[in-house]
Design a protein around this ligand. Structure first.
Ligand code: HEC
Length: 187
């Protein structure tokens, strides 16, 4: 292609990009996109957000080092207590009815007793850092890495648990939440 043609194509592409940006900005300013949690995303937006979320997590979880004792019973029990206290209201648990908050969340909080395809490193990263605009909090602001790994350890077991097994693990948790929080510096 001759240089003047390349230049003309580039100018047309630039103009189109500018028009698209102006239309996009106007649509945002006019409030065209509905942010209500009771109106689902359109398919393209859902797809785009899903890819962005999955890639963001996959890339960041690469540097997370998984502890060797992840499947220790002590960790799983501690994680069961923490999960029941802090997570089950949104993510539910075996034998648990849907809660009011779980019905209203959008994006919905996945039921973590169904098998997930997250690696332990990815689960750790999500629990520690949370996710923007989803209701999933960054628990690393208030909890040590040790306690977060306890929850990851428990999540590995969760899909295989019956309601009775779930309740008995929670009952055998080492201490209540506040005591675990106080003890977290010592572990
Ligand atoms: C206020 C509700 C709420 C609470 C409480 C909550 N989460 Fe979440 N969580 C969410 C939502 C919503 C998502 C989905 C975000 C998305 O995928 O867009 C999520 C996603 C996750 C995921 C990723 C699941 C997947 O397969 O993509 C994990 C793991 C997770 N949460 C663990 C936890 C743990 C552990 C706790 C307790 C410490 C917790 N969450 C507490 C709302 C909550």
């Amino acid at each position: 292609m001759r240089a003047d043609r390349v230049w003309r194509v580039a100018r047309i592409a630039g103009a189109l990009a500018f028009v698209a940006a102006v239309i996009g900005a106007a649509a945002i300013y006019l409030g065209v996109y509905d942010v209500a949690a009771d109106v689902p995303h359109t398919r393209p937006v859902l797809w785009l957000l899903g890819v962005a979320r999955d890639r963001s997590i996959a890339v960041r979880a690469r540097d997370v080092r998984v502890p060797a004792d992840l499947l220790d019973t002590a960790r799983i029990l501690a994680g069961a207590g923490l999960y029941d206290d802090m997570c089950s209201s949104c993510h539910l648990a075996p034998g648990m009815e849907r809660t009011e908050i779980s019905r209203g969340l959008y994006p919905p909080a996945p039921e973590l007793d169904r098998r997930r395809d997250l690696t332990p490193a990815q689960s750790f990263w999500i629990i520690k850092h949370g996710m923007k605009m989803t209701g999933m909090a960054a628990w690393g602001r208030t909890h040590s890495d040790t306690l977060i790994w306890d929850m990851v350890a428990f999540l590995q077991r969760l899909p295989a648990l019956s309601p009775d097994q779930y309740r008995s693990l929670v009952k055998s948790a080492p201490a209540n939440h506040d005591m675990m929080m106080r003890g977290q510096a010592a572990r």
